[in-house]
Design a protein around this ligand. Structure first.
Ligand SMILES: [Mn+2]
Length: 327
């Protein structure tokens, strides 16, 4: 008998679940979160955990994410529609960790986590596979398949390939050798025509108007770019930031959206030595929460922590520039 794999350990724990097992990706799931959830779902079902479901909170906003659900028949349900979800159920968090600003704490007991974001410290999980050095959660789930010789269907392979593709910005952002190895292995199993179809669905007509307005707001100071989006759409904010950081001369982007509940931030950095997560933390210091990767990060400042009448545009520019100049 070969050694026990991570998947073996996870399955052994989940077999003790008193009722259902919910796979929960972060809120407003992006392609990596959707692919990783679908991949893990397939693994748990094939290991006999038939009471497994995928649940997520908040609406999926980006058109490529929605297209994924349709193309790959992803069985994901909104938390509000998960009528059987309760305190007796267990959850496996995917592409997120307990206590993060991007995940709702549902009534379930979060017993396990598989993630590639910065380690948020021991949260009392019974199973933990957190690898911040990996560019995508999809690569971690793909490795579970290959390591365990589990059969992978074409849709799952295609979804995981797309998840790696998106989270590593086509293998150019924070990609680790695991992302590249898995990309290569998945490529042979995937349906590339569906990847092309997803690429053709990255922007909706409605997004286009929001982008146009946001891009007019862009201001740059040296390598720093600022963008303000007048939409409550989380994933659009990151995607708009990706476009601004691709502008020549701009290497760091602070994209933000102002909502009733607070200010949502999305940070990008392609500048060596300037970490997006450090900048995000600096921006929200004393007034909000932030986290993420070296190249992409996010944050949130609750409305009640922000001094009324103060200009958020000035506040963010001031903090970002002081951080930038101190580097
Ligand atoms: Mn991810």
């Amino acid at each position: 008998m070969s050694e026990k794999t991570k998947l073996d350990t996870l399955v052994e724990i989940l077999e003790e679940a008193p009722d259902e097992v919910f796979i929960q990706p972060h809120n407003v799931p992006d392609p990596d979160a959707i692919a990783a959830s679908l991949g893990l779902y397939g693994l748990l079902i094939s290991r006999g955990l038939s009471k497994t479901k995928i649940v997520y909170d908040l609406e999926i906003e980006k058109s490529n994410s929605l297209k994924m659900l349709e193309l790959f028949n992803v069985p994901m349900i909104r938390a509000a529609d998960a009528h059987t979800l309760g305190t007796e159920d267990w959850a496996v968090l995917v592409d997120a960790q307990k206590g993060g600003s991007n995940i709702t704490d549902l009534p379930t007991d979060e017993v396990a986590v598989i993630d590639h974001h910065e380690y948020r410290g021991d949260q009392g999980y019974r199973f933990e596979d957190i690898r911040p050095e990996i560019g995508s959660c999809s690569a971690i789930i793909a490795e579970y398949y290959f390591e365990n010789n589990e059969k992978m269907d074409r849709d799952t392979a295609t979804a995981l390939l797309y998840g790696i593709f998106m989270d590593t910005d086509k293998l150019t952002r924070g990609a680790n050798s695991l992302d590249i190895d898995m990309f290569y292995k998945l490529y042979n199993l995937a349906d590339i025509s569906k990847i092309a179809e997803l690429q053709g669905n990255e922007i909706s007509k409605q997004d286009l108007g929001l982008y146009a307005e946001a891009f007019r707001s862009v201001e740059t100071y040296d390598e720093l770019g600022f963008l303000r989006l007048n939409s409550s759409n989380d994933s659009l904010l990151g995607a708009a930031g990706d476009i601004v950081v691709s502008v020549s001369g701009v290497n760091i982007v602070v994209a933000y959206a102002i909502r009733d509940i607070g200010i949502k931030l999305s940070i990008r950095s392609t500048r060596p030595g300037l970490k997006a997560n450090d900048l995000a933390r600096h921006l929200v210091e004393g007034c909000g929460k932030a986290g993420g990767h070296d190249h992409m990060a996010g944050g949130f400042i609750p409305a009640e922590n922000f001094i009324k009448g103060r200009s958020i545009d000035t506040f963010l520019r001031h903090r970002a520039l002081s951080f930038y100049e101190a580097q």
